[in-house]
Write a protein that binds this ligand. Structure first.
Ligand code: NAD
Length: 349
């Protein structure tokens, strides 16, 4: 196998889009994934059929398969670490598994890099959840959304860490390990604290990937439940913008080593759940039925990434508007409706 960019979780939503971006920029990729995510096999098949020469696959569990991880690291020039347990709800139901994958898995990867000869750089997909419930931020409420009263530009990297939920703890612990391996061992590592990412090849489910889930549910006629009052606000980032940033960072990873960046759509690209439903109704030209249930643990009322640090250090900023990005997602769901219907049928058989 020739040397390549390595992507753990490369068959997931962000991973598949990133692999395509890398291949189109003439970088072959090696994927490390256990295919545990629903839809991952479909994503992998799509990638391998489209780019048979440039995509290599190692099937393995990051929490357990250390020898395979070693092989993966040996073939990687820079590694994007995306594999993970990704849902807060699942972390509450099975915190041990969440810990094993997110903390132990990340630790295994860092150790494999530390003990390798060429020590590839590492870019880690962390999350805004490391800032916890943000109780120190003043929040007001209007008819459709929560608002940040004193910090309209959003949350900076100086916000104190305050892990909430097992998912917040496991991602936060991994985030700090990745940072520290730059300090303690001189590895080239970068942490991206991502907010809500959305786009094609996202098999969103009720537990995770809410924006894609709303689109899939609306198109395939499945019931939507809003947990809480629906005024929760997120700054949403279209996948193409995120992969652009990943590539720019990877090409100059030494310049950004040890850095942590908040990454999302920023103040220009915020939307509440209620506003999103209304926008979807407009685009699809039909009423979307939905119900309400109690708010979920660890669900921040509002999160907006302050992206000034990443913009000033890299020159990157989001290019896609919410309307443009969502239209791209809708188009993919409509073109692939059979994938979701197949999945629904399998679940109910
Ligand atoms: N999508 C978002 O909005 C968002 C926001 C913040 C952070 N993140 C982080 O970004 C990363 C990628 O997210 P995504 O939305 O693409 O998720 P995803 O679930 O689509 O992709 C994760 C991939 O990891 C794989 N995986 C899971 N457990 C594994 C294990 N033990 N060993 C090997 N592979 C394993 C899955 O099969 C899947 O292909 C995750 O780490 C997530 O925490 C995502």
């Amino acid at each position: 196998m020739q040397n390549a960019f390595g992507v753990t979780g490369g068959a997931g939503f962000i991973g598949t889009n990133l692999c395509q971006k890398l291949v189109l920029a003439s970088h072959p990729v090696v994927i490390f994934d256990d295919l545990s995510r629903v839809g991952a096999e479909k994503n992998l098949r799509w990638l391998c059929e489209k780019y048979p020469q440039q995509v290599h696959f190692i099937r393995g569990d990051i929490a357990k398969d250390k020898e395979k991880l070693k092989e993966f690291v040996e073939h990687s020039d820079v590694i994007f670490h995306l594999a993970g347990q990704v849902a807060v709800t699942k972390s509450l139901a099975d915190p041990k598994h969440d810990f094993a994958v997110n903390v132990h898995g990340t630790f295994n990867l860092l150790e494999a890099i530390r003990h390798s000869d060429k020590k590839p750089g590492l870019i880690y997909a962390s999350t805004n959840k490391v800032y916890g419930d943000l109780v120190d931020l003043q929040v007001s409420e209007n008819r459709y959304r929560f608002e940040l009263v004193n910090s309209p530009l959003g949350v900076t990297e100086k916000q104190p860490l305050d892990f909430s939920s097992p998912y917040g703890c496991s991602k936060g612990a991994a985030d700090q390990y990745v940072r520290d391996y730059a300090r303690s061992y001189g590895l080239s590592t970068v942490v991206l604290r991502q907010s809500c990412i959305y786009g094609p090849r996202q098999f969103g489910v009720e537990d995770q990937g809410w924006l894609a889930w709303f689109v899939i549910a609306a198109i395939t006629g499945q019931p939507i439940t809003i947990y809480g009052n629906g005024k929760q606000v997120r700054d949403v980032l279209f996948i193409e913008d995120l992969t652009e940033l990943f590539l720019a960072l990877a090409r100059n990873i030494e310049c950004f080593s040890g850095e942590t960046f908040n990454v999302g759509g920023g103040p220009e690209n915020t939307i509440s759940l209620l506003e999103f439903i209304e926008a979807l109704e407009d685009i699809l030209g039909k009423k979307i039925p939905y119900g309400f249930a109690d708010a979920r643990v660890g669900d921040q009322p509002i999160y907006i990434s302050d992206i000034r640090k990443v913009t000033s250090m890299t020159g990157w900023s989001p290019k896609n508007t919410v309307k443009g990005g969502v239209t791209g997602l809708i188009q993919w769901v409509k073109e692939n409706e059979n994938l979701f219907l197949e999945h629904q049928a399998a679940q109910h058989s």
